[in-house]
Design a protein around this ligand. Structure first.
Ligand code: ADP
Ligand code: MG
Length: 456
C-alpha cells in the first residue's frame, strides 16, 4: 500500500478519501493495471486528474505496470444464490443417533435458517407461465419434483435453453416442491461455477475428502449452467465421479445448460453421454404469445395498472429473453409509480429508449445481403440466383452464415430468403464458413468486418 500512502500524503487526506475512498484495485494484466471506480464521475475525475500520478507511483513500485486504466465497477451480478444447500437441521441434542452432515467452508448453509432464506421464493411453478416453448421442460420439471424415487430413464433431468428463458426458475421451483413434500430430503443446488470453485478450493486446502462426502451424501443434486464445466478437466472428472456415485445410489440429478449435450464443447465423451442419458428437455426461444402472457401475469402483481397496449408493445419489441422483458416492465412501472407518469406506449418508448434502440438495431437479411454483395462486388440478385460459381457462391455462403449469426431466423427461413434454398444448404453454408474462418485468414477478416459494419 505504498502507493496509497504516497498519494494520500501528496493530495491530502480529504481529497484522497473523496476520490480514492471507494476505488478498488483490480487486476494487472499484460502491463495494464485496472482500478475500479464506483461511479462514472469518480472514474472520469480520477482518470483525468490523478491518472499520471497513479501510474508514476505504481511504476516506482512495480516495473511491470505500463499503464493504468480506471474502469467503472462492473454492476453487481443479480443477487441470486449460487448455492442452496438444504439438509435436515442437525439435531442439537447430544444423544442423537443421527450423524451430522459434514461441514464445509463457512459459506455453505449450515443451519435451517440460513437455508430457508436462500432459494428464490418467487421462482415457483405457480409463478411460471407455461406456453408452447417451455411446456415440455415445465412438465418434465414438475414430474421430477413429484417422484418419490427417481426413475432411471429420467435421471438426470437435463434442461437446456438460451439465457434468461427460465432454467434457473424451474430448478428453484423443483427445489421448493421437493422440500415441501419432505423437509428431510437433502437437496443441494449449486451452479457449476460454484462446483468448480469448491473443488479447486478443496484441492488447495487438501480437503477433497470432505468435498466428496458432501456431494455424495445428498438425495437430490442440482447443478445449474453445467456448460461452465466444459474445458475444465479435473472438475469434469470429479463431477463425473460424483454423478456416477449418486446415480448408483438412485439419487436424482437435475442439470441445466445453455446447450444440449451434443453441442457442448471440450467435454469428454463419457461425460457427454452421461449428461444426455436421462430426460433431456429444452426450452425454446419465447414466442410473442408467451411473452405477452408472462407480462400480463407480472403486471397483475404490479402496484400500478399497465394498459394492455403497453404490454403488447413490450412483448413485441423485447424478444431476446424473459429477464430483459421483466426488467423493461419493472422500469416502466417504476417510472409510472415514482414520477406519477401515466403509463402509455409513448412513455414506455421514452423510458426504454436505450433498450429499444438495441432491439431496433436488429440486422435484417436484406441488409446482410446488400452489405455482402457490395463487399464482394457482386450483384445483389446473385444472393438468390441459382448460380454456383465460386465467385458468387462463397459470398452467398458468407451472407447465409451472417444471417444465422445476426438474426433469429431459422435455417428454413433463411433458405427461403436466398432463392428458396433448402435448409440443409444453409446448414452447409454455416459449417463451411465456420471451417474457413479457421483455415482462411481472409474469410475470417471479411466476416468480422461485415459483422462489425452490420452491427455498427
Ligand atoms: P435462465 O436460468 O434460463 O437464464 P432464469 O430462470 O434466470 O433464466 O429466468 C430469467 C427471469 O425470467 C427470471 O426472473 C424468471 O422468473 C423469468 N422467467 C423466465 N421464464 C418465465 C416464465 N415462463 N414465466 C415467468 N417468469 C419467467
Ligand atoms: Mg440460470
Amino acid at each position: 500500500m505504498r502507493v496509497c500512502d504516497r498519494l494520500r500524503k501528496e493530495i491530502g487526506d480529504k481529497a484522497f478519501k473523496t476520490w480514492f475512498g471507494e476505488v478498488e484495485l483490480g487486476e494487472l494484466k499484460a502491463g495494464k493495471l485496472r482500478l475500479y471506480a464506483p461511479t462514472r464521475f469518480v472514474r472520469d475525475w480520477v482518470g483525468r486528474h490523478y491518472g499520471d500520478r497513479v501510474l508514476a507511483y505504481w511504476q516506482s513500485v512495480n516495473t511491470e505496470v505500463k499503464n493504468v486504466e480506471v474502469n467503472l465497477v462492473p454492476p453487481p451480478a443479480p443477487r441470486r444464490p449460487n448455492e442452496i444447500i438444504a439438509m435436515p437441521p442437525v439435531p442439537s441434542s447430544q444423544n442423537s443417533h443421527q450423524t451430522p452432515m459434514p461441514r464445509m467452508g463457512p459459506s455453505i448453509g449450515r443451519g435451517a435458517d440460513e437455508i430457508s432464506q436462500n432459494p428464490e421464493a418467487r421462482y415457483t411453478f405457480a409463478n411460471f407461465v407455461v406456453g408452447k416453448p417451455n411446456e415440455f421442460a415445465y412438465a418434465a420439471a414438475r414430474n421430477i419434483s413429484e417422484q418419490d424415487m427417481p426413475l432411471p430413464e429420467r435421471n438426470p433431468l437435463y434442461i437446456f435453453g438460451g439465457v434468461g428463458l427460465g432454467k434457473t426458475h424451474l430448478m428453484h421451483a423443483i427445489w421448493h416442491v421437493i422440500r415441501e413434500r419432505d423437509p428431510k430430503t437433502r437437496v443441494l443446488y449449486l451452479t457449476a461455477e460454484s462446483f468448480v470453485n469448491r473443488f479447486i478450493q478443496a484441492l488447495r486446502t487438501k480437503n477433497t475428502g470432505q468435498f466428496k462426502e458432501l456431494f455424495r451424501n445428498v438425495d437430490v443434486l442440482m447443478v445449474d449452467d453445467v456448460q461452465f464445466i466444459c474445458g475444465k478437466e479435473a472438475s469434469q472428472d470429479e463431477f463425473f465421479f460424483t454423478f456416477n456415485s449418486l446415480v448408483e445410489q438412485n439419487k436424482q440429478i437435475i442439470l441445466s445448460s445453455e446447450k444440449p449435450p451434443s453441442e457442448l464443447q471440450d467435454i469428454e465423451e463419457r461425460m457427454r453421454s452421461r449428461l444426455g442419458s436421462g430426460l433431456v428437455a429444452d426450452i425454446h426461444s419465447s414466442t410473442y404469445e408467451l411473452r405477452l402472457s408472462i407480462l400480463q401475469t407480472k403486471a397483475e402483481n404490479a402496484r400500478v395498472p399497465v394498459p394492455v397496449n403497453v404490454l403488447e408493445f413490450l412483448a413485441h419489441k423485447i424478444s431476446t429473453n424473459i429477464r430483459e422483458l421483466e426488467g423493461a416492465l419493472n422500469r416502466v412501472v417504476a417510472h409510472g409509480q415514482l414520477i406519477g407518469r401515466e403509463i402509455t406506449v409513448e412513455m414506455a418508448q421514452d423510458v426504454l429508449h436505450d433498450l429499444l434502440r438495441q432491439a431496433d438495431r436488429k440486422v435484417t437479411v436484406d441488409e446482410i445481403q446488400q452489405r455482402v454483395a457490395a463487399h464482394y462486388n457482386i450483384k445483389l440478385a446473385e444472393m438468390s440466383s441459382p448460380r454456383r460459381a465460386r465467385s458468387v457462391a462463397r459470398p452467398r455462403q458468407v451472407a447465409m452464415y451472417l444471417a444465422k449469426q445476426l438474426t433469429t431466423l431459422s435455417l428454413p427461413q433463411i433458405g427461403k430468403r436466398f432463392g428458396n434454398r433448402d435448409h440443409t444448404t444453409v446448414m452447409h453454408a454455416v459449417r463451411k464458413i465456420e471451417e474457413l474462418k479457421v483455415s482462411d485468414h481472409s474469410i475470417a477478416e471479411d466476416v468480422e468486418l461485415l459483422k462489425r459494419q452490420l452491427q455498427g
